[in-house]
Design a protein. Structure first.
Length: 237
């Protein structure tokens, strides 16, 4: 009920033309596959939030995105929906990790994985894995060996696994998400982020989400994204 109320605020308040226009789109009009529409209704997400309406069509085109929107605006589904959709378009025969979601903390990674699993609950053979500090390294390695489609990671632990888990690889990664990029930089992950970007395939889609835009974020954007589409949603007044 809380989240529905938070969302309702978006539609009640005047947020400028573009956000308002976007807000009236439905999930159906975004041309999503049935398993995703089914999951959205199971989650009681009846209308996309402004960041979701604006990001989903662009993300589906494969473009890089820089998205700014306040906390609570629905950024997780804004990237998770198009990720799942794009994996569905192009199924692969061999299992490999195709998506990396970077988050600043273990808690956030666990939350993102939970949202992902719920949005992907009606998609067959969609697998998630975690690479985060504080959880047993060997156990995680066993999980990552199976090459889950979507790995949600904190930067330090991801590097650990790339270096030390021989059966885990990021060579097949197609999509990279930097969630809460501002917080990742605040937590001092700049070096790790740089190293990760260097290890990833250059041909990939990268989407960066942040509640704030600082000069260090702008630098991160410059060296990790290609011709990104910028989507800034004004905070509700
Ligand atoms: P952010 O990452 O921008 O802080 P979240 O992705 O954590 O926001 O979402 C905030 C809350 O809004 C969550 O409780 C989520 O379940 C809910 N939510 C997201 N999208 C929708 C939607 N389209 N309709 C209803 N609730 C939503
Ligand atoms: Mg978030």
């Amino acid at each position: 009920a809380d989240s529905a109320e938070a969302m309702a605020k978006y539609y009640d308040e005047d947020e400028g033309t573009s956000a308002k226009e976007q807000a009236h789109k439905s999930f159906q009009s975004l041309q999503l596959s049935r398993p995703i529409l089914k999951a959205l209704s199971a989650l009681n997400y009846s209308l996309p939030t402004p960041i979701q309406s604006a990001s989903i069509p662009i993300a589906l085109l494969g473009r890089d995105i820089v998205a700014g929107a306040v906390t609570g605006s629905g950024k997780t589904a804004a990237y998770m929906i198009p990720i799942i959709e794009r994996l569905l378009y192009k199924p692969t025969k061999i299992s490999k990790t195709r998506v990396i979601v970077l988050t600043p903390t273990r808690e956030l990674a666990i939350q993102v994985a939970d949202v992902g699993r719920k949005l992907g609950q009606f998609v067959q053979n969609l697998t998630f894995g975690l690479a985060v500090g504080g959880l047993n390294l060997r156990q995680q390695e066993q999980e990552l060996k199976k090459r889950p489609d979507i790995v949600i990671a904190t930067p330090g632990r991801l590097i650990d696994h790339i270096r030390n888990s021989p059966s885990f690889s990021v060579d097949g990664v197609e999509i990279v998400i930097m969630d809460e990029a501002d917080r990742m930089l605040e937590e001092g992950f700049e070096k790790e982020m740089q190293e990760i970007v260097e290890l990833l395939p250059t041909k990939r889609q990268t989407m960066l989400f942040s509640a704030t835009m600082s000069s260090s974020i702008k630098q991160l954007i410059t060296w990790s994204l290609q011709k990104p589409v910028r989507i800034m949603i004004d905070p509700p007044k």
